[in-house]
Design a protein around this ligand. Structure first.
Ligand code: GDP
Ligand code: MN
Length: 388
């Protein structure tokens, strides 16, 4: 789950880090009232889940109430596009904060380095610009340090990073303390990404976090009440992901046109691989779960077939605890309740598969194809997706 800038800043504030004070507003009058309370100059910042807002015209400094009104009018309701034309991201909210006087712009982040199975702290004196560009043109400008998973980031290690990154001498301690606090907040909040760009030094030489990009592991929300509330207030924007969340399904959208449904995460993963091997492009990952009762199958097929891109669906079952006759009943029920507008290839194997296959044969469902092997099923679904 991605947090908006102001939500990230509230998280930083709670962790004792220095952030500009501000207020959030969803309409122009509220924004102007907030600006009046905060004082001038203040900054009005579009709250959208995409970077490059500054360049897109979503961040403006106001020096009086008239400017605050004009900027709020311009920004609230505008569409913001990302640096790679992502979007549009319509602006529903702005964050108004006291303006900062900037002496230097640095970059700091804590990310999950999946290949190293560790978190990675990154610091650079080249802040305020696109970090991917910095990484490409001048990789030495990024100082990186893997954080020990048991001991965390020590002050000494963070200081050394600041020295290596050629941070100004007088703020080395402030930057190091910030890095340590960020890495602690990363763990405490089950974050998978914290990025601060820019991390600024003010004209009075204070270290302040001017921007916040925070991603929280959605599977850990159950142990963070406040973050979970944010998640509930901002449902997924993708229609299938929203449907799946509502139905309590584990669903991940992918780019292709073949719907995938399996019982068990491991089987789903290998089904994706086999379909890719057979020359197909999976449209999603969807684990119907161990039991795979009729309700779950109906819900899963509703989600998959609501995606207009899907041309054919593969349902791969290996019955262990799951009984194939139960699954067959679920499929038959789904055909009665869901508009199955695309072909469905079923591979049913394992516990009670004979009974399951018999039920399916008896039901004689239109557009349903049985296959006995996983590879055969993958080849069949690829063929059907290409044919339609
Ligand atoms: P992003 O463009 O979406 O990454 O948004 P940021 O929050 O990083 O803001 C972009 C840029 O706007 C920063 O790098 C600053 O240069 C500038 N900016 C943001 N807030 C202030 C402020 O309070 N004072 C000044 N002078 N510049 C600001
Ligand atoms: Mn930024």
């Amino acid at each position: 789950m991605d947090l908006l800038e102001y939500q990230g800043k509230q998280l930083f504030d709670a962790a004792g880090l220095a952030v500009p004070q501000g207020e959030v507003a969803a309409d122009v009058d509220t924004a102007v009232a907030a600006a009046e309370r905060i004082g001038y100059p203040c900054v009005i910042k579009a709250q959208v889940l995409i970077g490059g807002r500054g360049k897109a015209g979503g961040i403006k400094v106001a020096k009086d109430a008239d400017e605050a009104r004009a900027h709020a009018e311009a920004i609230i309701g505008m569409d913001i596009y990302g640096p790679r034309k992502e979007g549009p991201f319509p602006v529903d909210q702005v964050w108004i904060e006291e303006a900062s006087e900037i002496d230097a712009e640095y970059y700091a982040s804590i990310i999950l380095d999946r290949s190293a199975k560790k978190t990675l702290a990154i610091l650079s004196r080249m802040g305020g610009m696109n970090v991917e560009e910095v990484a490409e043109k001048d990789p030495a400008a990024l100082t990186k340090h893997h954080v020990d998973p048991l001991n965390g980031l020590s002050t000494e290690e963070a200081r050394q990073m600041a020295v290596d990154a050629q941070i100004d001498d007088d703020v080395i301690d402030g930057v190091a303390d910030t890095l340590v606090a960020l890495s602690e907040a990363f763990v405490a909040n089950d974050a998978t990404l914290i990025e601060v760009n820019p991390l600024i030094v003010t004209s009075s030489r204070e270290v302040v976090l001017l921007d916040a990009k925070v991603t929280i592991d959605g599977s850990a929300l159950f142990r963070h009440e406040q973050l979970a509330e944010i998640g509930e207030a901002s449902p997924p924007t993708d229609p299938q992901e929203a449907m799946a969340k509502e139905r309590g399904l584990t669903y991940v959208k992918l780019d292709g046109d073949i719907g995938i449904l399996g019982n068990g995460a491991g089987l789903c993963m290998s089904t994706l691989d086999v379909v890719a091997n057979a020359g197909g492009d999976p449209a999603n990952f969807l684990d119907a779960g161990g039991g795979s009762k009729a309700e779950a199958i109906v819900a899963a097929l509703e989600v998959i077939t609501s995606d207009q891109k899907v041309k054919a669906v593969l349902f791969n079952i290996f019955g262990g605890i799951t009984r194939c006759d139960e699954v067959a009943k679920g499929i038959i029920e789904a055909y009665a309740r869901v508009d199955m507008n695309v072909p469905l290839v079923v591979r049913l194997d394992g516990t009670n598969s004979e009974e399951g296959l018999r039920l399916l044969a008896e039901a004689n469902l239109e557009g349903l194809h049985n296959e006995t092997t996983m590879l055969g099923a993958a080849e069949r679904v690829v063929e059907l997706a290409k044919g339609s």
